[in-house]
Design a protein around this ligand. Structure first.
Ligand SMILES: [Zn+2]
Length: 272
């Protein structure tokens, strides 16, 4: 397909000129697109127009080497479109390992926060997309790739947190290891968001290229997930009988309260 046809499909799904749009995509699911990954990016930019802002994940996934925004490739897990986007002229990229890339009027604001720990707190690119009342487009991928659900977990104050580290370049220029805890697991059960969002009529679905596409408001994702997490803080973890090593590790991390991921929520106001 040619980029203008793809742009029309993206508009048909509900993307408006001027939107802030966070895209997670697998090019393999969308193709063929004339111009390859660059053609798909041109289509997304066309759908958003000059007043819109396109945002994509751009982190490295390498915890052993310091990140350089001008040269470190995006993690292969993020796909060829994400790794093409940050290299394009005029695209802004965060200066830390949990980088996102963005182009458009809101790009600077979305990418300018300092290193967020854990990675998807409100003062991070996904948090800023939420602040802007942006939309999330899942293009050939499911909610297991929807990073905004990690933001929801943090806002909800989930009790699990796994030990992770990353390597930054210290002031003396030497690599420096930083330990942190992250609300992480296998993410398969993020797929529950499909049903939750459909139930409230908050998810648009259709084809973009050959890919199944889902379009949601970031705020709807967070609102619905925070409500479900209030009922069951472990709703995203596989049950023990599923034998999922990652979810079991997350579950085990709940045993000691001091190991839980701190909630970024402000303390509730005192009632007299
Ligand atoms: Zn699992």
């Amino acid at each position: 397909m040619i980029p203008s046809e793809i742009a029309a499909q993206v508009r048909g799904l509900g993307v408006l000129a001027g939107d802030v749009l966070l895209v997670h995509t697998s090019f393999r699911a969308v193709r063929p697109v004339e111009g390859g990954p660059g053609g798909l990016l041109a289509a997304l930019r066309e759908a958003l127009g000059p007043e819109g802002t396109l945002v994509m994940p751009s982190w490295t996934g390498d915890d052993a080497l310091p990140f350089d925004p001008s040269s470190t490739p995006a993690s292969p897990d993020l796909g060829i479109v994400a790794d093409t986007f940050w290299r394009q002229h005029g695209v802004v990229r965060s200066r830390h390992e949990f980088a996102f890339a963005a182009a458009g009027p809101a790009a600077e604001r979305i990418t300018s926060d300092p290193l967020p720990l854990p990675p998807h707190i409100p003062a991070s690119p996904v948090g800023r997309v939420h602040d802007f009342d942006g939309k999330v487009l899942l293009l050939g991928v499911g909610h297991d790739a929807n990073t905004t659900l990690h933001l929801a977990e943090l806002i909800a104050g989930v009790p699990y947190g796994l030990a992770k580290h990353l390597t930054v370049r210290g002031r003396d220029g030497r690599p420096k290891r930083i330990e942190y805890r992250e609300n992480d697991h296998c993410c398969t059960r993020f797929a529950l968001a499909d049903e939750w969002l459909r139930d409230r009529g908050a998810q648009r679905e259709g084809l973009v290229g050959r890919a199944r596409a889902r379009l949601v408001r970031s705020r709807d994702v967070v609102e619905v997930a925070v409500a479900k997490l209030a009922e069951d803080p472990l709703v995203f973890l596989h049950p023990p009988e599923a034998g999922c090593a990652e979810c079991d590790e997350a579950r085990a991390s709940c045993a000691s309260p001091e190991t839980s991921t701190p909630s970024p929520r402000a303390a509730p106001p005192r009632t007299p």
